[in-house]
Design a protein around this ligand. Structure first.
Ligand SMILES: *Cc1c(COP(=O)(O)O)cnc(C)c1O
Length: 355
């Protein structure tokens, strides 16, 4: 692997004040990681450089046909000062799965991990330490051939930017209201739902706007073919606890395989909580919510970690979940996962990687 060049910024930005509440994804650190790719040459010139604007040809393929991949993970500062990443190997593996689906070159795992550790280490003073805060890491890759024809690009740029963040929802761990979407779909089997890419997000916007207008924070997606089975909630995976059993939709080709989802399943199994990965229909969800058999419901994803759901709306029906309060297991999962991420609690082997 080519050595990562480091060019430090001569003019450091002012960091957010300790007492200002951090929002999500608005502030960026002093540096970024960058590496380029050219067909036949491979990846070259990996570097950590001052955070900067990009100069790209307006015909760059990413702008026209959406050939891009992104990832999301977080770095935390432990009480003893260690800088910790949570399961970065999972993100690297998933990035390359997305890349294969999107006809983009794979990134060597050691280059990805070293790039990640180097840029986080250079900007480690930006990692916030208040409860609920962390340094959000956004690796992403774009197609840069200046060409309007439709084919995979021959050149790419992979970058990692960093953003100190607070709680994903301003309301913190307050349960959110979810709209069950029966008009639009996010992804279909055979499409790109399994890949982490902007195309899936733009497909979701119209529905998100509609739900927001109605006072709901996210939508619950149904499968694109039968509009019958639950897939995800917003840009998170979804879990239900019904009659003591934790149920999450099985990975079916259109669901994004979340690292948080995988971690929740592993912890439930470790604790002896019954978990089922299977198809779950909207009818089953609605009848469990109506009868009160649904004890808890929550979304999982890196940004919010665990997001409790307090109300489901399907057509004209509004159903409260767990009395609109955060469930016991939901809270325990949030506390356990964030405890492991912060290095306060021992997690399964390999989950926490020191920078
Ligand atoms: C990123 C993402 C998730 C959550 O994945 P994590 O690895 O847990 O952050 C879930 N659904 C979609 C659509 C996503 O893009």
């Amino acid at each position: 692997m080519e050595k990562i060049r480091i060019e430090k910024s001569a003019c450091l930005k002012e960091k957010p004040g300790k007492d200002n509440p951090l929002t999500f994804g608005t502030i960026f650190t002093d540096h970024m990681f960058e590496v380029d790719y050219e067909e036949g040459k491979g990846w070259y010139d990996p570097r950590v450089v001052p955070y900067h604007k990009l100069e790209l040809d307006p015909s760059s393929m990413v702008f026209h046909y959406g050939q891009e991949m992104f990832e999301g993970l977080k770095a935390y500062k432990a009480e003893d000062g260690r800088v910790l990443l949570f399961r970065p190997d999972k993100n690297i593996e998933r990035a390359n799965r997305s890349n294969r689906r999107l006809c983009m070159p794979e990134i060597p795992e050691d280059l990805f991990l070293e790039g990640l550790k180097t840029v986080v280490s250079v900007d480690q003073d930006w990692i916030p330490t208040k409860p609920g805060t962390s340094l959000y890491i956004r690796p992403f890759m774009i197609a840069t051939d200046p060409f309007l024809g439709v084919r995979p690009s021959n050149t790419y740029k992979f970058m990692i930017i960093l953003s100190p963040v607070g709680a994903y929802y301003a309301s913190g761990l307050d349960p959110v209201k979810i709209w069950i979407e029966d008009e639009y779909v996010r992804a279909v089997k055979g499409g790109i739902g399994e890949a982490k890419t902007g195309g899936n997000y733009v497909a979701s916007l119209a529905s998100q706007v509609k739900a927001h207008d109605e006072g709901y924070s996210q939508v619950l997606w149904l499968d694109g073919v039968q509009r019958k089975y639950i897939e995800e909630v917003g840009a998170m995976n979804i879990f239900f606890k019904i009659n003591g059993v934790v149920i999450t939709p099985e990975l079916n080709g259109s669901i994004l395989p979340g690292v948080t989802r995988d971690s929740v399943i592993a912890l439930c199994k470790k604790w002896g909580v019954a978990v089922e990965e299977r198809k779950i229909s909207v009818d089953e969800v609605v009848s469990a919510a109506r009868s009160g058999a649904m004890e808890e419901c929550f979304g999982t994803g890196t940004a919010a970690v665990i997001s409790p759901v307090g109300e489901l709306r399907f057509e004209e029906d509004r159903m409260s979940v767990g009395g609109g309060r955060i469930g016991e297991l939901t809270q325990k999962l949030y506390d356990s996962i964030t405890g492991i991420q912060l290095g306060k609690a021992e997690g399964p082997k390999g989950w926490v990687v020191e920078v």
